[in-house]
Write a protein that binds this ligand. Structure first.
Ligand SMILES: [Zn+2]
Length: 144
């Protein structure tokens, strides 16, 4: 097992503890020690993610009937990125940093995950067709 794998396991353990504590004590409970651990492990991507969450930049779209959920996370401009928190983001950083093994997650993935855990995201219920359109419009990384 290499160092990256160990860091990944430590990050996932921190998220699990955070989820556990929020379930028991609620999202307003002091979770500073978890946040400090995650910041130590993930660096600036994590602090930038918390800024996105604080600014209300995370929304989720849930398809009526199927219950499928995607997250839309605001970038620096008005652009929103499509995010599956543990697996994918449509931003360039995901493509260039995460896919090439230089980061575990991009800030949008972390923002979606934290917003979900802390229940600090906007939600919209859409049709399956509307969800598909949202995916088709954002799933390909934009390379300029
Ligand atoms: Zn991203």
């Amino acid at each position: 097992m290499n160092i990256t794998s160990n860091i990944h396991l430590a990050v996932e353990a921190c998220f699990e503890e955070l989820i556990h504590d929020v379930k028991i004590y609620g999202p307003n409970h002091c979770v500073d020690h978890h946040l400090l651990s995650l910041h130590h492990l993930l660096g600036k991507n994590f602090s930038n993610a918390l800024k996105i969450v604080d600014e209300g930049g995370v929304s989720n779209l849930e398809a009526k009937g199927s219950g499928r959920i995607i997250y839309m996370v605001q970038g620096k401009t008005e652009q929103y990125y499509t995010v599956f928190p543990g697996h994918y983001c449509s931003c360039q950083a995901f493509f260039y940093e995460v896919c090439q093994g230089n980061a575990l997650y991009c800030k949008h993935q972390l923002a979606a995950r934290m917003a979900s855990i802390m229940k600090q995201h906007k939600s919209a219920c859409v049709s399956g067709e509307e969800l598909a359109v949202a995916l088709m419009n954002n799933v390909v990384p934009r390379v300029s």
